[in-house]
Design a protein around this ligand. Structure first.
Ligand code: HGY
Ligand code: MN
Ligand code: MN
Length: 419
């Protein structure tokens, strides 16, 4: 078995290990939210694997786990990483596989004959999915800007604030601004990640080169109708917010289906104020996710959706409030790094395919701090955010080799850091 097949095997096995208790909050499925005991257990395991690879580890003020190679203290670093939090009932590879591939590369580079001209840091972001608090990607955001009061006072479904969760995790919210990385410390950020789509599998390719990440908007829509008795309220007198929300779901689907192929709209959350057979709910909160490869397309769709929601609510006599909860601009990867990644993928015998990521990633936040690159790994059927998500040791192995070839090219190219 060549050293690399062990790397791919180990990366997949470690993701599988993290897919079960005590690294999950839920029995029989994977659910690992930011700053929970499951997150703390995952940090322990991943920290141990980082140290085995020769990295010195620490937890930063926002709860990210960082492993740094032996290099001069002030040496700038290439940051390799992804997230270790998950959605509810998640797959095992969305996030962790990128961290494990980073660890494998760090271990291989530690055996390199001559030292690299920069340090290697592998980072496991604690929050990317936003599955505990409304704002997502707090792990990477905290590296780019000081997270303010508003972010720290957000609460989860149990009313626990980010600040309280940090304290319970053993961290001090007052220290969070210290998580910001000064310009000049990071030469580039590279994120290996499963594709979470069908393109690589359809092309018969194990890895692909990401050119950019679609921008996304999250809307929270609050409908207020009139609660009533299901048996005694005539249909013509109803102001039913669930029916209004249902009509809006179909309208969102029609608007996005009529747009370009990369425009997508999803209602993944409809929360009624009551859930009973015999009650007309009084209120409904709906979550809408709209994405497109470029921001103008996305924003045009959001405007059309907002108009249609208002029209439907008015027609039904239902009051409606619409809040733009989050806007993530489309994020192009650095063209020079894309070219290096393309060359590296070719060097390991894979024909390079360029593709846009419809999924959001920490790389879109890290782009504020450093040039970014992403390497996609094929996943079966493109299935993700689903326990059926899967990737193979062979593809993980090829990704390790491609990423190592990328790092070698970056080192050959490196002329010192110009902050
Ligand atoms: O929402 C996303 O695209 C990512 O999985 N957080
Ligand atoms: Mn992810
Ligand atoms: Mn995800």
């Amino acid at each position: 078995m060549t050293v690399w097949s062990a790397a791919g095997q180990r990366a997949i096995q470690r993701c599988d290990t993290l897919g079960a208790a005590p690294y999950s909050e839920a029995e029989g499925q994977l659910f690992r939210r930011f700053l929970t005991p499951a997150h703390a257990h995952a940090i322990e395991a991943v920290g141990g694997w980082m140290r085995e690879a020769g990295l010195t580890t620490h937890i930063d003020p926002i709860g990210n786990l960082v492993g740094r190679s032996k290099a001069a203290r002030d040496a700038p670093a290439l940051l390799i990483g992804s997230h270790i939090d998950s959605v509810h009932n998640a797959g095992r590879y969305d996030g962790p596989l990128g961290v494990m591939i980073g660890i494998e590369c760090a271990a291989a580079l530690a055996r390199r004959a001559s030292p690299l001209p920069f340090a290697i840091e592998v980072i496991a972001f604690g929050d990317e999915e936003g599955s505990r608090f409304p704002l997502s990607m707090m792990g990477s955001r905290a590296l780019t800007v000081p997270l303010g009061e508003e972010a720290l006072e957000q609460t989860d479904g149990d009313g626990v604030s980010v600040a309280e969760a940090l304290r319970a995790f053993g961290l001090d919210p007052a220290e969070v601004p210290a998580a910001v990385r000064p310009p000049g410390q990071i030469i580039a950020y590279v994120e290996p990640h499963i594709e979470q789509g069908p393109v690589l599998e359809a092309a018969g390719l194990p890895v692909g080169v990401v050119t950019g990440i679609a921008g996304q908007v999250r809307l929270i829509v609050r409908f207020t109708g009139e609660a009533g008795h299901a048996g005694t309220t005539p249909m013509r007198l109803r102001r039913d917010p669930i029916a209004a929300a249902a009509e809006c779901v179909l309208a969102i689907e029609q608007i996005c289906a009529a747009g370009p192929a990369d425009l997508v709209g999803t209602v993944g959350r409809i929360l009624p104020s009551s859930a009973a057979f015999n009650v007309i709910a009084g209120r409904v909160e709906m979550g809408v996710d709209v994405r497109a490869a470029n921001d103008p397309t996305r924003d045009t769709a959001v405007e059309a959706i907002s108009r249609e929601i208002a029209a439907i609510a008015a027609r039904r006599g239902v009051a409606v409030g619409l809040e733009r909860a989050q806007t993530l601009p489309a994020s192009p990867c650095d063209p020079h790094l894309v070219a290096l990644m393309e060359d590296a993928v070719g060097a390991v015998g894979v024909s390079p395919l360029r593709l846009v990521s419809g999924a959001g990633h920490d790389a879109m936040i890290m782009a504020a701090l450093a040039p970014t690159a992403m390497l996609f790994i094929r996943c079966a059927g493109g299935v993700s955010h689903n326990p059926a998500e899967s990737a193979t040791p062979e593809d993980a192995d090829i990704a390790c080799r491609a990423l190592l070839a990328f790092i070698e090219r970056l080192a050959a190219d490196f002329k010192g850091f110009a902050p």
